[in-house]
Ligand binder design. Structure first.
Ligand SMILES: [Ca+2]
Ligand SMILES: [Ca+2]
Ligand SMILES: [Ca+2]
Ligand SMILES: [Ca+2]
Length: 474
């Protein structure tokens, strides 16, 4: 989740500079609003989309996996030139392998610092993530490289605020001591070398014992221009407290502060005070209950010291203004994305509600957009969309789980972030083909005007069981 607030942030940044110039010497440091680079593989100004399709059959190998890339354009998502990238793409290291699920995880960022966003692709079989490089012609396999480390979770951010994108992975080099049960993460600081994939510097950090992080949320909460990290933790059915790791000019701190347990989330300034606010899926203390939960989104407002534990806000489908009703299994908050949809300078939050019943159709799924504002995130003006909403293509079917993944980015570069909603379990010609929808942002919020919707075949990805949209690059 790492979205585009370009217009608003450029304006806010210039106001911040002006404020800094006029502030007296004793004034507190002015926060730097969280900055999220546009995902732009061909650097044409339009945000591009990367959608994992890990179940795709490649070269006859079932579930070898692929990634679908859809470029932004003045007319929105450019479906006429959808690109499929896989191990079978010329230049990509390795061969298509059955059950590898290449594309199970995708993340984006300009790792080599040439101005073109690059794509990082992960698998489920323990192989290292692969970086595909952006260029004026877009992404290709040319020169792509397996990173020297990492194998599971990863996320991109600028953790030391030097302008180079860095990578955090959930691996930690354990010692040979059999009593050593440290688990952790490794922060690899950019720029990355194109030939070897090597980072400028790597720094392993112990996060916990036995089991490493279960998720990363990345963004600048403290207003110092360096991204921070929130890690999720748990063991068997027990969800433990999440941990906040502060980034700074020397990199990520080796000590953390505890937060309520969470999974997924985003960092964005929903109240416009310059500090990034942490918006997470609050999961209580038991993983086994998640499937039955109504779902809760929690905002922890940003401060110079980190997410506030006292200035927080809980939003559910029972909150005034939020469409729908909170029912067991709705899972409001399963995925969370941030971006300025209505162009008012406050970040808005898209919330996936994959277990929402539409009429009598169970687990058809929906997306709710919560609006930011001077008073912070609220239910005021919230909107809901699903496959039975007038103007939205498709039909609500049992188990579609529309909204399992969400992303906000400005695909047509008009200053309003657009919603990409994915339903990786949507049936097409085959079971679990997956599909995605792009809804346009406007001053009034999300609209159903000129929606782009597509399954794997429309963007040249082998369709059978592809699970298009299993992850969205952010
Ligand atoms: Ca582009
Ligand atoms: Ca690049
Ligand atoms: Ca804020
Ligand atoms: Ca837009």
């Amino acid at each position: 989740m790492r979205r585009t607030l370009t217009t608003a942030l450029t304006l806010t940044a210039s106001l911040t500079v002006a404020a800094a110039l006029t502030a007296g010497p004793a004034a507190a440091a002015v926060p730097v609003p969280p900055r999220t680079p546009v995902t732009d593989f061909n650097h044409d100004g339009y945000a591009d989309l990367a959608l994992g399709a890990p179940g795709s059959t490649v070269g006859g190998k079932e579930s070898a996996g692929a990634v679908s890339v859809v470029y932004g354009s003045k007319g929105g998502a450019d479906l006429a030139h959808g690109q499929a990238l896989s191990r079978a793409t010329a230049g990509v290291p390795g061969d298509a392998t059955a059950g590898e699920y290449f594309g199970e995880r995708v993340s984006v960022g300009d790792l080599d610092g040439d101005g073109f966003t690059d794509l990082v692709v992960g698998t489920v079989n323990g192989s290292h993530p692969v970086v595909l490089w952006g260029s004026a012609a877009g992404l290709s396999g040319a020169g792509s490289v397996s990173l020297p480390g990492g194998s599971g979770l990863f996320s991109v951010g600028d953790f030391n605020g030097d302008g180079h994108r860095d990578l955090v992975t959930d691996d930690y080099p354990r010692s040979d001591d059999p009593d050593d049960d440290d688990a952790g993460m490794t922060v690899s600081y950019g720029p990355f070398d194109r030939a070897s994939g090597a980072a400028a510097r790597t720094d392993p950090i112990v996060t916990s014992q036995t089991f490493g992080p279960g998720d990363f949320v990345v963004g600048d909460v403290t207003g110092d221009g360096a991204d921070d990290i929130v890690t999720s933790h748990g063991f068997e059915e027990s969800a433990y407290q999440s941990k906040f790791w502060k980034g700074g000019k020397d990199g990520v701190s080796h000590t953390s502060t505890a937060l309520t347990s969470s999974l997924a989330g985003a960092v964005a300034d929903v109240d416009g005070d310059g500090y990034g606010d942490l918006v997470v899926h609050d999961i209580g203390d038991n993983y086994e209950d998640i499937a039955y939960e109504k779902g809760t989104v929690r905002v922890l407002y940003g401060t110079a010291a980190g997410p506030s534990t006292t200035r927080t806000k809980t939003i559910t489908q029972e909150t005034s203004g939020v469409p729908g009703a909170g029912e067991s299994g709705d899972q409001f908050g399963t995925d969370i994305a941030a971006g300025d949809v209505n162009g008012d300078g406050y970040a808005d939050i898209a919330v996936g509600v994959p277990g929402e019943a539409i009429g009598t159709v169970k687990d058809a799924g929906a997306v709710v957009l919560l609006k930011g504002g001077k008073g912070g995130l609220s239910g005021t003006g919230a909107q809901a969309f699903h496959q039975s909403t007038a103007g939205v293509p498709g039909a609500s079917e049992k188990g579609d789980q529309f909204g399992l993944q969400v992303l906000l980015s400005d695909v047509n570069h008009d200053g309003f972030a657009d919603l990409t909603a994915a339903a990786p379990l949507e049936d097409g010609t085959y079971q679990d083909s997956g599909a995605a929808w792009v809804l346009r942002g406007a001053a009034s919020g999300l609209t159903v005007k000129s929606i782009a919707s597509f399954g794997p075949a429309a963007v040249n990805v082998p369709e059978k069981n592809a699970q298009l949209g299993r992850d969205l690059g952010r």
